[in-house]
Ligand binder design. Structure first.
Ligand code: ATP
Length: 515
């Protein structure tokens, strides 16, 4: 069980007398149990907003005993007690040989006074004048720069599939609900990946109290809960996927390549036995509105896995180490949920400013390094689809072998591709009108239009026909819309020409078959 790894690390850090152990968790009860077990005979105090200062190892009537007799009996139930405990506890050595757990300290770490008190305590611990371990438990990580060198961050490991299976079977046994076997159990286990024991048990209990059973419907509930959880974490977004490969006009080379990867991803064990390596991912670069995002979505549908979107902008935190922690968390969440597609949108924006000086640029450079290392060493079934408009802004390291399996560029659609794109969008909205439209005519009038432009003129054409009260849409409606708009190529001619030249020079693969 992976939880053991966490316990081992916690014990090691306490033994090594690390002054502050910051545990990134919202499962206070689980952490309490673990700390009490690991700390053996050492005295453990705890401060939390609700109960003030408590002696965790002295329990009467099932409740920890308040520490009134020490620290001058100053517990007035406010955060001031925490400050007093740290100041007086250190001065009067009452904190010596003790562990002080502090719950949800993150808002107070913005106060320089508390930071100074803690720093002072850490210095004494480092000098060997005090033997105290502070354990902070909080779901929000904020590490003030002054305390960085005295602190380690400990994150809960995600549960592996065997452990999740044990939890589900244990729950079923306790509630006398019989057993689950085979494919359904496997599906539920996979759906629960990325959740904690507490969350798994809560969802199961909710479902049982609402419907009295655990079945296929439970999987839907889990996915919903997981989406909520991912939303709450705020770094990854779970994107519902409706578009498939059939919704993409053209880009045949890219579609064929993704099709090959899907054969591997759908039976990784078999592919592995055969000696095939697990795919890492693809970088799709090129002109805006030409299907990059569409491909990210359609690949998740093709692989039959969830799509997670990583917003690099949201990773940036205001505390030292926060951005790196966020990226680590996003990566481990994606790995826990794997197999999945991790879509990193606008990659060039995420890593703009690399190599520069100043706080922001340094953080970006560190994040970039972290991302590269992960891509290089990745062994999990997280298939990365990174999309970028301007590859010239991307650092060259990203394009080296070993990071992405392949780099494709998408350009403005060719005539044959435009034909397919028109057909897709007309069929989607007015299937019966497709044979009333001369698509070849539209194609010849739309040179330089992107896929998004084409979708736009189809929408406008349909709207025009409706407003005029026409019973169906014909060629003239869409032609009118084409003539009323400017193509992407007209708007961005120079930029597009420059990009295409760059892609060709770098010998990236073209996503379209016909050049
Ligand atoms: P950006 O760089 O601006 O994010 P993008 O290349 O990711 O652009 P998409 O978001 O994939 O562009 O495309 C926008 C919309 O245009 C899509 O939702 C889709 O409806 C339409 N579209 C673009 N390319 C195609 C295509 N090849 N086939 C069908 N529809 C397309």
């Amino acid at each position: 069980m992976r939880v053991e790894k966490f316990e081992v690390k916690l014990r090691e850090y306490i033994d090594a007398q690390i002054p502050i152990i910051y545990i990134d968790s919202f499962d206070d009860n689980k952490m309490d149990d673990m700390i009490l077990e690991v700390t053996g005979s050492r005295k453990v105090w705890e401060w939390n907003e609700m109960d003030g200062l408590m002696n965790r190892k002295k329990v009467e009537k099932g409740k920890a005993v308040p520490v009134h007799e020490t620290i001058n009996g100053k517990d007035d139930g406010s955060v001031k007690t925490l400050y007093d405990v740290i100041r007086d506890g250190v001065r009067q050595e009452e904190l010596d040989r003790k562990i002080l757990i502090v719950k949800d300290i993150h808002p107070y770490l913005e106060d320089p006074k508390l930071v100074a008190l803690l720093k002072n305590a850490c210095l004494r611990i480092e000098e060997g004048r005090l033997e105290t371990t502070f354990i902070f438990i909080s779901p929000i990580v904020s590490i003030p720069k002054e305390l960085e060198k005295y602190m380690v961050l400990l994150q809960e490991d995600f549960l592996d599939e065997d452990t999740i299976r044990e939890i589900i079977c244990g729950f079923l046994e306790e509630t006398n609900l019989g057993s689950l076997y085979g494919k359904l159990l496997d599906e539920i286990v996979v759906a629960f990946k990325g959740l904690s024991k507490l969350e798994i048990e809560t969802i199961l209990a909710l479902d049982v109290s609402a419907r009295g059973k655990i079945d296929r419907e439970t999987v839907r509930l889990i996915v919903e809960q997981k989406q909520q959880m991912i939303r709450k974490a705020g770094i990854l977004e779970m994107i519902p996927v409706s578009e498939g490969m059939e919704d993409i006009g053209g880009l045949e080379n890219l579609k064929e390549w993704l099709g090959r990867k899907s054969v591997i991803l759908k039976d990784m064990a078999k592919a592995g036995r055969y000696g095939v390596e697990l795919p890492k991912g693809v970088l799709i670069a090129g002109v805006p509105g030409c299907g990059k995002s569409l491909n990210a979505k359609a690949s998740a549908k093709l692989f039959e896995v969830p799509l997670l979107k990583l917003d690099m902008g949201r990773l940036m935190g205001k505390y030292v180490g926060e951005s790196e922690t966020n990226l680590r968390q996003a990566i481990s969440l994606a790995e826990a949920i794997s197999p999945c597609v991790l879509w990193v949108d606008e990659l060039e924006k995420a890593f703009a400013g690399i190599g520069g000086t100043g706080g922001g640029a340094e953080v970006t450079t560190r994040l970039f390094g972290q991302f590269l290392t992960w891509m290089q060493e990745k062994k999990s079934a997280v298939f990365v689809v990174a999309t970028a408009n301007d590859i010239m802004k991307l650092p060259p390291e990203l394009m080296r072998k070993g990071r992405f399996d392949e780099i494709f560029y998408v350009k403005l659609p060719t005539a044959a591709e435009r034909k397919k794109i028109f057909e897709i969008h007309i069929k989607k909205r007015r299937p019966d009108d497709l044979n009333k439209v001369d698509v070849n005519r539209l194609v010849s009038e739309s040179n330089g239009y992107s896929g998004a432009d084409i979708e736009g003129v189809v929408k406008d054409g349909i709207e025009n026909a409706y407003v005029k009260g026409k019973p169906c849409v014909d060629t003239s409606d869409i032609l009118g819309a084409i003539r009323a708009t400017h193509s992407l190529n007209e708007v961005m001619k120079d930029d597009i020409a420059k990009l295409e030249k760059e892609y060709k020079e770098r010998k990236f693969k073209c996503a379209s078959r016909d050049k």
